[in-house]
Design a protein around this ligand. Structure first.
Ligand code: FVH
Length: 291
């Protein structure tokens, strides 16, 4: 049964993340209606006070604010694009992961149909929702972001990036790019010592403190990049040469491809005559510039 007088929200999608988001709203006494394409995922939320809608249409009618956490753009299109009539005038907070162009596509559809749209990128796992360290990035209608802060802030630190609906997604995917490449380097290292029978957990125990401390340098490296000059006397490209790492992996029968990617970026800058400049210069390789 809905909590009398409480603000009402509809949650679409009860996967691991959708359940965590709805659960955080319930924990703060909000009125929650839930819907999932496949029935059977709402029992625990119902025990905590959520109402399970009998249909998607009922869920959309139940609340002025609809939170979607589906799988991808296709699932959002499939479920919502045919229901503009029911969503008109309502707020749609879409936390489904999409790329920037996909987010913009949903934003355009929302604008054409009078749906108040906020796009979100979740920088957290389901277990982190509502806990320290959880950040959710937003873009789209700023007034919606401000009006709904009492909901959004339940899930984590809320950050707004602008009215272009694709911006939250751009930031989300940019941060994840850093995460995945870091993981790939760690996995290559695990394979290197693994070739001598070392378990990955033992490698992690020793590598993690060092890798964690290295992240402290990110703001310093960012300052070098923003300065537009790579002559700050930091570690030079020539000094950074990763040939030894590539060779060590090869000699152990391990693919060096994670480190080879960085080595290629380094070589590109050295070959262009910038070997004496700071390591951060490889940033230019991503922009396609060698000036
Ligand atoms: N889980 C995580 O750590 C990450 C953190 C960052 C953000 N992601 C994104 O959140 C979206 C949902 O992720 P999830 O973890 O809840 O994913 P699943 O547990 O796999 O649940 C998927 C739900 O999506 C529903 N669904 C899939 N296709 C459709 C469709 N065509 N129409 C309607 N619903 C659909 C699915 O329903 P069902 O299969 O149970 O019927 C689940 O409710 C996602 O974008 C992540 O990238 C999570």
């Amino acid at each position: 049964m809905n909590t009398t007088g409480a603000k009402q929200y509809a949650f679409l999608g009860l996967g691991n993340m959708g359940r965590a988001l709805a659960g955080a709203a319930l924990a703060e006494g909000r009125g929650v209606t839930v819907w999932n394409r496949t029935p059977g995922k709402s029992a625990e939320l119902e025990e905590r006070g959520a109402v399970a809608a009998e249909s998607l249409e009922d869920a959309l009618r139940s609340s002025p604010v609809v939170v979607a956490c589906l799988f991808d753009l296709a699932s959002v299109e499939e479920q919502l694009f045919g229901h503009a009539d029911l969503l008109r005038g309502r707020v749609l907070v879409n936390l489904t992961t999409t790329n920037p162009e996909e987010s913009r596509k949903i934003g355009r559809w929302a604008a054409e149909n009078g749906v108040r749209y906020l796009d979100g990128g979740i920088m957290a796992t389901p277990g982190m929702i509502g806990r320290e360290g959880s950040q959710i990035l937003y873009s789209g209608e700023e007034a919606v972001f401000e009006e709904e802060r009492d909901l959004l802030d339940l899930w984590g630190e809320s950050r707004y990036f602008g009215s272009d609906a694709g911006l939250a997604s751009l930031w989300d995917l940019a941060i994840l790019a850093g995460m995945y490449v870091m993981y790939a380097g760690f996995f290559q290292g695990a394979a290197m010592v693994g070739s001598e029978g070392v378990k990955a957990v033992d490698f992690a125990a020793i590598a993690q403190p060092f890798l964690r401390s290295m992240t402290e340098f990110l703001p310093v490296q960012a300052q070098v990049i923003d300065s537009g000059s790579y002559e700050h006397g930091g570690q030079s490209l020539e000094f950074s040469d990763l040939g030894k790492m590539v060779r060590a992996a090869d000699d152990q029968g391990v693919s060096p491809r994670a480190v080879q990617m960085v080595q290629d970026l380094l070589r590109e800058q050295i070959d262009a005559g910038f070997g004496h400049e700071d390591f951060e210069r490889i940033f230019e390789g991503f922009r396609g510039g060698n000036q």
